[in-house]
Structure formats: structure tokens, C-alpha cells
Design a protein around this ligand. Sequence first.
Ligand code: NAD
Length: 246
Amino acid sequence: MRFTDKVVIVTGGASGIGAAAAELFAREGAHVTVLDVDARTGEHFETHQRMLGHDITFFEGSAADQTSVKSLYDTIERKHGHLDVLFNNAGIALDSYGESTTLADWRTVMDVNLDGAFLNAQHAVQTMRHTGGGAIVNTSSICGHIATTGAFSYNVSKHAIIGMTRSLALEHAQDGIRVNAVCPGFVNTSMGKADLADDPTIPQRHPMGRIAEPKEIARAVLFLASTDASFITGTSLLIDGGYTAQ
Ligand SMILES: NC(=O)c1ccc[n+]([C@@H]2O[C@H](COP(=O)([O-])OP(=O)(O)OC[C@H]3O[C@@H](n4cnc5c(N)ncnc54)[C@H](O)[C@@H]3O)[C@@H](O)[C@H]2O)c1
């Protein structure tokens, strides 16, 4: 119960890696608010989690929408008076090549993956620095360390998340705010399944011969957000079954 009475926000938390992390945070005693654009899935997730006795609240909105994000952090401050953890996880992927991607498609990816991550991190540090600090875990990817063909905008966005992680870690090391990133290989979520449908060889490309389950990423997120990681800031943790060791 490392998160008893801790206040946690998970962006993109209605499904996939975010939902797995939200559930684990709540199991360990946290009050969790999930921000997601998908109202149907988010409401269903909240109802199911409440039946399990978990304190998870769904908040509908885009991580990249300034009004929604401001409203979320205002609500958290009013309700709890502080914020302990942000799992800054909302992200999308579009097939793209540098030579041919349109500006509109580029902006669609950057809007969620970068503007969304930036806005939430900024609001989180503004809240945390006045209330004794906290931890931010950003979701990058193996595509933040290496490039995969056909994922041009996504690769760029996930490299940038590592830059944002390091920059914020430096800026807020003295404020008691630790900022780290997780870098998953392929994961068994709707995003991972879409990749797998395009390329069935993906599991074999991981030395462990399979893709990850969302919980395997979520456990690393909880570690980085917990006091077990009290001297870890500015790092990006690869959780990839050996993919980038090759
Ligand atoms: N699945 C993988 O193979 C994989 C690998 C490496 C990194 N990642 C990263 O992990 C994160 C989570 O991905 P996932 O696999 O769980 O995907 P997913 O598609 O299963 O879940 C993503 C969630 O984010 C929500 N979302 C999308 N846009 C949003 C927005 N603008 N605001 C708020 N919520 C939004 C979706 O509704 C969905 O609930 C992403 O940042 C992704 O890039 C995924």
C-alpha cells in the first residue's frame, strides 16, 4: 500500500496501459482521477473499478485541451488540496513517413503526444511545488530511443518526451518533484494490437519472444512514482523484453 491517500492523475487512463496503472494505484490506496477523451469506455471503467472498491473517478476531456486540463487540476486542488502523482500517458500513433506525412497528420500526433504531455506536466508541477512535491511519470516508448520505420511523427514525439522528462527533472529537482519516463516495447493494448495486425512478426522481434502485458508497464510506473525510486529523476526506463538491447 505505497499510495495510501495519495492523489493520482492518469491521462489516457480509460484503457490500455493507463487503465492498468490506474487500477494498480487504486489497489495500493490512491485516489485516482482518469482523464480520457473516450467517455463511454471511461464511464464503464469507473463503474467497474468502483464495484471493486477502488477510488477511481473518470474525467472526460482531451489531455491536449487547455480548458479541460485547467478544469481537471482546479477540480483536484478543490477536492484534495494537493497532487502527488501524474502518470502523463495519453498518446496516439499514426502511420507516417518523413517524406510524405501531411502537416495535419503531424499536428494530430504532436497535439496529443506533446501538447497534451506538456500541458499536464505544467499544471502538475504548478500544483505539486506548492504542496510538498510529487512524481511525474511520462510515457515515451522504445521509439523514444530508436526509430521504427513508418512511425515518423510518433518517433519524433516520443524522443521529445525524453527531452521534456530531462528538462523538467532538472528544473524541479529542488522542488521535491521527480520526473521520469517509461519506454515500453510493444504492449497488448488496442494500440499494440493494431501494430500486430499490420506486422505479425512483432512478438519475435522482442528477444523474449512476446509483447508486454499492460500490467508489466504499470508496475514500473508505480515503482518510479513511489518512494522506492526516491533518488531517481530524469531517467527513461526501457521496459521492452530486450528489444533495444539488440
Ligand atoms: N501499446 C504499445 O505498444 C505502446 C508501446 C510504447 C508506448 N506506448 C504508449 O503508451 C501510451 C498508452 O498507450 P496504450 O497502448 O495504452 O494505448 P490505448 O490506445 O490502448 O490507450 C490510450 C488511451 O488514451 C486515450 N486518449 C487518446 N487521446 C487522448 C487525449 N487527447 N486525451 C486523453 N486521452 C486520450 C484513449 O481514449 C485511450 O483510452 C501512449 O502514450 C503510447 O504511445 C504504447
